[in-house]
Design a protein around this ligand. Structure first.
Ligand code: SF4
Ligand code: SF4
Length: 336
């Protein structure tokens, strides 16, 4: 569905029981060679500890084609998606499906060798970076030399000819790296990369040491100020204020479609993680939603939790459409 139409449908018909996602997220694999201490799925388990069966490239492409019938935007994530054994083939063939946007999230360690496949199909390349301190980062990753390699790969990605992707640096704000993120901001800003910052989630909640943490709040105040000054900070000002305050928001999980490595659809979201059907067996999303609703109940009212980019982002632009107009104004001012 056209994304503007999808947005309007969610805005004007919030009680609809149809499933019309604006964006799909596919966990290509849960495997990851890193051991970041902040890694957590909705139950608090690190992704690399989850069982991660491998779907062959042809089946992944079949799955993407089914997703494409429902969505114009696809996020390919993990784990570390580049650890799928047929990653390059999958990415190269994804271009033919003509998504309006393909967003790839990666830890960046092996990005260089995947760049030819990535360049032709990905519109947003999202690389995770929590600090500019290589020794500290390598300790967290559990891999010596990895941070330097990631920085080199980002430079390669930025200079790759024929790329159609924008580069986004994505940072997890933890109680331990709040000062480091000023340097990450500096790094991203000097190179013209967009910066996206989210709080560390432990299961479905922001880390308790971030709530009312003055350094955490100051970081977001800084990002809001820089955003208003025209810097490329991800999210509307309204969204960043919600991130800063870790305020309750009305989640709208059916704006998204989250699909696991084998095609399993999570109802209503990855975080709650109820398997509600497999898109490779059942292409009708409305039927999957109906089944999910019968087994697990309707859209939940989740309380103060899941301050993730997608969950909070969609919730806020639906609750406060004016924030989108303000975003447009800031973008026009920055580019004009
Ligand atoms: S790179 Fe991502 S998936 Fe891998 S351990 Fe770190 S947070 Fe988890
Ligand atoms: S807040 Fe949203 S994404 Fe998080 S568990 Fe609830 S429904 Fe899922």
């Amino acid at each position: 569905m056209n994304p503007a139409l999808g947005y309007l449908t969610h805005l004007l018909r919030p009680g609809s029981t149809r499933w019309r996602p604006i964006l799909a997220v596919h966990y290509l694999t849960y495997a990851c060679e890193f051991r970041c201490p902040y890694c957590s799925d909705g139950t608090g388990k690190p992704y690399h500890q989850l069982r991660s069966p491998v779907l062959p490239a042809d089946r992944v492409l079949d799955l993407f084609a089914r997703i494409r019938r429902h969505c114009e935007y696809l996020v390919i994530t993990g784990g570390e998606p580049l650890q799928h054994p047929e990653f390059n083939e999958i990415l190269a063939r994804t271009a033919a499906l003509r998504f309006r946007g393909v967003i790839l999230t990666t830890n960046g360690r092996h990005l260089e060798r995947a760049l030819p496949a990535v360049a032709g199909s990905v519109t947003e390349l999202v690389v995770s970076l929590q600090t500019m301190d290589s020794a500290k980062a390598d300790l967290e990753y559990g891999r010596a030399g990895a941070h330097r390699q990631i920085l080199d790969n980002i430079e390669c990605a930025a200079n790759h000819s024929g790329r159609k992707y924008d580069i986004v640096i994505s940072s997890v704000a933890t109680p331990e790296n709040l000062a480091d993120l000023r340097e990450v901001y500096q790094y991203a800003s000097e190179r013209g990369f967009r910066l996206a910052v989210c709080p560390q989630l432990v299961g479905v909640k922001a880390h308790s040491a971030l709530d009312n943490n003055p350094a955490y709040r100051e970081l977001f105040d800084f990002l809001i100020t820089r955003k208003k000054a025209g810097d490329r900070i991800q999210g509307t000002v309204d969204y960043l204020e919600y991130m800063r305050d870790l305020k309750k928001f009305d989640c709208r999980p059916f704006t998204m479609l989250v699909v696991g490595p084998m095609g399993e659809v999570f109802y209503p979201c990855l975080e709650l993680g109820h398997p509600a059907g497999n898109l490779l067996d059942e292409p009708d999303l409305n039927r999957i939603r109906r089944d999910g609703c019968e087994r697990y109940g309707p859209q939940p009212d989740c309380g103060t939790q899941c301050h993730s980019a997608c969950a909070l982002g969609f919730s806020r632009i639906l609750a406060n459409p004016l924030s989108l107009i303000h975003e447009g104004y800031l973008m026009a001012r920055a580019t004009g």
